[in-house]
Design a protein around this ligand. Structure first.
Ligand code: SF4
Length: 684
């Protein structure tokens, strides 16, 4: 009998949203998962962790029944309950807390465990209709997004498939081999067919850097200096495209003056990157019209991250690279989708007077130490979907202290018993993407994709949308979106956004919305008020901390600099087999990752008498963690790398690496500074 293959879309928190082909063995079981060959972005390539999805969807530890806490908070003791009992309990608690403190005491909290709009963003509808506290959803993209917006405006750019037409590809602060593998498909084409050079700029020799032609190894938080020195060389050596700048950018003459002192030697002092390497790279950029800078997230997750992103994007504008096919700079395609998600999100019910709480500061919010929450009622009730802040959010000690509060009623709707779910009063079992319908965009590419459930939901698992609607009934939340099916919401969102219907897109599997060459390359103007790329960023217009960032490309010293007491700069780059804490439950991913490890330069290890495999303690003012050392010469000696995100329980003392990461809001307007931490290190 021929195998039954169904079209699907990867829902995980990754810019690719790969088109998938799922081998369906029967109503309840899948076999292999492959990338769709006929999708011209995915091109049959997906990451290994999703290719072995059967391990995750059929995992024996999937939550199958609603649970109600019977032990102490956080102890992890639960009794099975019916859906009615569990949902009634949640609704009663939300009503009682709201009656006592006002509606803002309830804080629905979610992120991108699924990227499908219906299952991810539908919680907004319940929030807005009930006037529950709003959420600044800034933990992942705000720093990079503000950095891009400060120069180029809304996120879009040269077609990501044009990487294959490039002669020089610079992957700046990203590691697609581990995190977005199909970028490499297009990079490989350019290398094979055009002899393109592939350069990685990163703070460690990542798996992507391992396969590159060149690695520019920076100290974390100093990319802005390297980028500014490249701009210096472009101007100094007559490699800047003055005609292009005159037509498409602001203030380029001021920029030329500004960078006169930002020499490669100046940048070497700051970044540790040899001046001659910066010179050579700048000259290569200057001589290569088809230079494509692919901007990653890593170097944005720092207190100076947005200014670093602005400086890197400015290289492409100074060089006039956007004029050429296979040239320019790209971070995300988000604005080309032109979504109207009002029905999913209940946008008509938004009350702007309701407070907005910073999701990256959940620890401070729950302990009452955050400024915004200190001015109003405490958060005493939460529903968490699609995220695991107990391990993922910065400042873990404070997050756990908050989650353990006896007066906090916590409901977690999840696929597995995460460390956040362990702290819940009520745990609800959730479907995976294979068991519900949804619609997806892809920031890293250009296809709208829709998806219908491939298999039946196992046990008593229910979709997020179903839970939103059931709670709405019990809470008296009235909105048309609660009376629609998932598929109806998909269809309505497409229609409201001016795209073909859900059935039409399903029929052809995806819908390519990449704008034409002129628009993608900003030849009809940048999506900024003046239509020009801005070398002069207006950070203060973007948020209250804008004054901390430099207007022009530069090195910005707002970072958590290494000191005598904390001499190492730490980054927590994504582990190849995990995606945040998703996949930390699957046996193959766990086996491949081994154990929590800190990568230490041999010179630093020698000084501290640390040998391969030794137990090491890393710490700062927020706490300390124990892990094992791996000697690694792919970092500068003052840098350590802890690939993440491991659950807290994987660490010897039950506390994970985000205990050391600060919840300081990144300028100009918040965002988590995951790669901006100074630590001390000793042999444990
Ligand atoms: S590369 Fe990203 S989008 Fe593609 S399958 Fe892997 S996690 Fe999903």
């Amino acid at each position: 009998m021929p195998l039954d293959h169904r079209h699907s879309v990867c829902p995980h928190d990754c810019p690719s949203a790969c088109a998938l082909e799922i081998e369906r063995l029967n109503d309840r079981t899948i076999g292999r998962v492959r990338g769709a060959d006929t999708n011209n972005y995915t091109q049959g390539v997906i990451c290994a962790k999703v290719a072995r999805y059967a391990e995750r969807v059929h995992h024996p530890d999937r939550l199958m029944k609603p649970l109600i806490r019977v032990g102490a908070k956080g102890e992890g003791k639960f009794a099975e309950a019916s859906w009615d009992e569990a949902l009634d309990r949640v609704a009663e608690a939300f009503k009682a807390k709201a009656a006592e403190y006002g509606s803002e005491t309830v804080w629905p909290y979610f992120f991108a465990g699924t990227m499908g709009f219906v299952q991810r963003d539908g919680l907004q509808r319940l929030r807005h209709v009930m006037k529950y506290s709003r959420q600044a959803a800034n933990i992942c993209t705000d720093l990079v997004s503000n950095g891009w917006a400060s120069g180029a405006g809304g996120p879009m750019g040269p077609d990501p498939r044009e990487l294959a037409d490039s002669d020089l590809i610079i992957m700046w602060g990203g590691n697609p081999v581990s995190t977005q593998v199909n970028v490499m498909t297009h990079v490989t084409k350019a290398r094979k067919q055009r002899g393109a050079r592939f350069v990685v700029v990163d703070a460690y020799r990542s798996p992507t850097a391992e396969v590159a032609d060149e690695l520019v190894l920076v100290k974390p938080g100093t990319d802005g200096a390297v980028a500014t020195a490249i701009i210096h060389v472009l101007f100094r050596d007559g490699l800047a495209d003055r005609d292009y700048m005159e037509r498409y950018t602001d203030n380029w003459r001021d920029l030329e003056d500004h960078v006169r002192t930002r020499t490669p030697a100046w940048a070497e002092e700051i970044s540790g990157v040899p001046a001659n390497q910066i010179e050579a790279l700048a000259k290569r950029i200057g001589a290569t019209p088809r230079t494509y800078i692919r901007i990653g997230y890593g170097f944005s997750r720092s207190r100076n991250g947005p200014s670093q992103v602005h400086a890197v994007a400015s290289i492409a504008a100074v060089g006039g690279k956007f004029l050429h096919r296979g040239g320019g700079a790209f971070w995300s395609n988000r604005i080309v989708y032109k979504w109207d998600k009002s029905m999913i999100e209940g946008a008509d019910a938004i009350d702007p007077s309701i407070r907005v709480l910073d999701m990256s500061r959940i620890g401070a919010v729950l302990t009452g130490e955050d400024e915004t929450v200190a001015k109003g009622p405490p958060v005493t009730a939460m529903l968490i979907q699609n995220t695991n802040p107990a391990a993922v959010a910065p400042d873990t000690h404070r997050v756990l202290r908050g989650l353990r509060r006896d007066d906090l009623f916590l409901c977690v709707h999840e696929q597995f018993m995460t460390e956040t779910a362990q702290h819940a009063d009520v745990v609800l079992p959730a479907t995976t993407f294979l068991e519900h319908d949804d619609i997806y965009q892809a920031g890293g590419q250009m296809h709208i994709q829709v998806h219908r459930a491939v298999i039946e939901a196992p046990g008593e698992t229910r979709s997020n949308h179903w839970v939103h609607c059931e709670l709405a009934k019990r809470l008296g939340a009235d909105h048309a979106g609660f009376n629609m099916t998932e598929w109806e919401l998909v269809d309505r969102t497409l229609k409201d956004s001016g795209w073909p219907s859900a059935d039409e897109i399903l029929e052809k599997k995806w819908h390519d919305i990449q704008p034409n060459f002129e628009d993608s390359h900003f030849l009809n103007g940048f999506p900024t008020p003046s239509g020009k790329f801005r070398f002069q960023a207006d950070w203060s217009a973007m948020g209250p901390l804008g004054h901390l960032l430099p207007a022009m490309p530069d090195h910005c010293r707002t970072i958590d600099e290494a000191t005598e007491d904390r001499p190492f700069r730490m980054i927590t780059s994504p582990a190849r087999n995990y995606l945040n804490t998703s996949f930390t439950e699957t046996p193959t991913s766990k086996r491949r990752e081994g154990r929590p490890t800190v990568m230490v330069h041999p010179e630093a290890a020698d000084r501290l008498d640390i040998a391969e495999g030794d137990r090491v303690r890393l710490g700062n003012q927020q706490g300390s963690v124990v892990l094992h050392a791996k000697l690694f010469d792919g970092v500068q000696p003052g840098v350590v790398v802890v690939e993440s995100v491991w659950p807290n329980a994987a660490f010897e003392e039950g506390i994970g690496i985000n205990a050391l990461v600060s919840a300081d809001p990144g300028p100009p307007n918040g965002g988590a500074v995951f790669h901006d931490t100074a630590v001390w290190m000793v042999k444990a």
